[in-house]
Design a protein around this ligand. Structure first.
Ligand code: RP5
Length: 173
């Protein structure tokens, strides 16, 4: 089993208002049976909580942190500054250019403190969850097999769509 008694992935977000936009990250983890926790904490409104969470994360058994925030999105970077666990940043869409502010705030980390950043909206949050699964799979053969199966099914689905399109095009000739 990949699941353990304590969470392996921490999903943190700057506000509860982010949840509807990033919950696909949690859904991806659930799909692969990866135990995770979801927390709200703000790098600006509650910086001490963020510092303590990031500092204690590895000791609590977390292996990966997914951090989502919008606008002046400093949460992922601040967490990364307090831990050597891999941090995946999720830029939350905003009204300003669809979330370009969030993306640039997260992706433009200074050298030496990396944050792996996924896309804004669309498949971004789901990819954050999947990337966390892939990181965990490095040391987990069960997850490796699940990922291989997942990729095969993806390819099968594309094949089915292609066949359907070919049939449709033929019937239109
Ligand atoms: C960020 O500010 C949060 O991540 C959220 O995306 C944004 C707005 O937060 P609320 O005003 O909705 O609490 O820190």
């Amino acid at each position: 089993m990949s699941e353990t008694a304590s969470p392996l992935v921490g999903i943190v977000m700057g506000s509860d208002s982010d949840w509807p936009k990033i919950k696909a990250a949690a859904a991806a983890l659930k799909e692969f049976g990866v135990l995770h926790e979801v927390r709200v904490m703000s790098a600006h409104r509650a910086p001490e909580v963020v510092r303590q969470y990031a500092t204690m994360a590895a000791a609590r058994g977390l292996k990966v942190i997914v951090a989502a925030a919008g606008g002046a999105a400093h949460l992922a970077g601040v967490i990364a500054s307090h831990t050597v666990l891999p941090v995946i940043g999720v830029p939350v869409p905003t009204e300003l250019s669809g979330g370009l502010d969030s993306l640039l705030s997260i992706v433009q980390m200074p050298g030496d403190i990396p944050v792996a950043t996924v896309g804004v909206g669309g498949g971004g949050p789901r990819n954050a969850g999947l990337l966390a699964v892939q990181i965990l799979a490095i040391g987990d053969v069960v997850l490796q097999r699940k990922l291989a199966d997942f990729r095969h099914k993806l390819a099968d689905k594309v094949g089915v769509k292609d066949e359907a399109l070919q049939a449709k095009l033929s019937s239109e000739k």
